[in-house]
Design a binder for this molecule. Structure first.
Ligand code: E4P
Length: 224
């Protein structure tokens, strides 16, 4: 399973990239706003900065809601860097734009997917990625991880090459569950990725190994 980081923070992207396990980045207008990035020139430069840090696909979301606007914006974004994946919303115009970009060989990520039917439409239009938002479904007492399972079955039934990109991941168990089901990608906050490293037995075990090593070294010195 590929690991993407779900942030527009350059510092967090660098930190994840330095771990050696990062495969890409997803952003959205809310994440860009959180970093204080606004205005077309700054937004475009920020995407290039992200692409220069990570070796993998970087989702850049359009803010237009009509087909013509999405095409215009998406073409400008795609021209920035070969890693750019144009992120389009699950709407009628969004799906039309996915088909347009697919025919032009431009990568797309269909965002705001909350049902298997929506995922099927995105796959039929030729989306590179489909992004089911599992955390937001959990928030309304619906099982988000089950949606990943349903989409996996449908895509496998027909051999769709669209990759399932589990989004709105909130905690490490979401990542494990997505990996068990066979999601192609999980896009995660840095905190959820870092939480995967932790296990109390690893910490205790390492402390013991180091203490034993120190003790043996001290015994060797006193035996001289
Ligand atoms: C990713 O592509 C989505 O924009 C993101 O995962 C949404 O996450 P949230 O529900 O935590 O805002």
């Amino acid at each position: 399973m590929k690991f993407f980081i779900d942030t527009a923070s350059l510092a967090q992207i660098k930190e994840a990239q330095d771990l050696g396990i990062l495969d890409g980045v997803t952003t959205n207008p809310s994440l860009m706003a959180k970093e204080g990035i606004s205005g077309t020139d700054r937004v475009m430069k920020h995407y290039v900065d992200i692409c220069n840090i990570v070796h993998g696909d970087v989702s850049a979301e359009v803010i237009s809601v009509d087909f013509a606007g999405m095409v215009r914006e998406g073409e400008d974004l795609a021209a920035l860097h070969p890693s750019i994946t144009v992120k389009l919303p699950m709407t009628r115009d969004g799906v039309k734009a996915i088909k347009y970009f697919h025919d032009k060989g431009i990568k797309t990520n269909c965002t705001l997917v909350f049902s298997a039917g929506q995922a099927l439409l995105a796959a039929k239009a030729g989306a590179t990625y489909v992004s089911p938002f599992i955390g937001r479904l959990d928030d309304i007492s619906t099982n988000g991880v089950q949606l990943i399972e349903q989409i996996r079955t449908i895509f496998d039934n027909y051999g769709y090459s669209t990759q399932i990109l589990a989004a709105s991941v909130r905690h490490p168990m979401h990542i494990i569950q997505c990996a068990e089901i066979g999601a192609d990608v999980a896009t995660c906050p840095l905190s959820a990725i870092l939480a995967l490293f932790d296990h109390p037995l690893t910490t205790i075990g390492l402390e013991k190994f180091l203490a034993d090593h120190k003790k043996a070294a001290q015994q060797k010195v006193s035996a001289k």
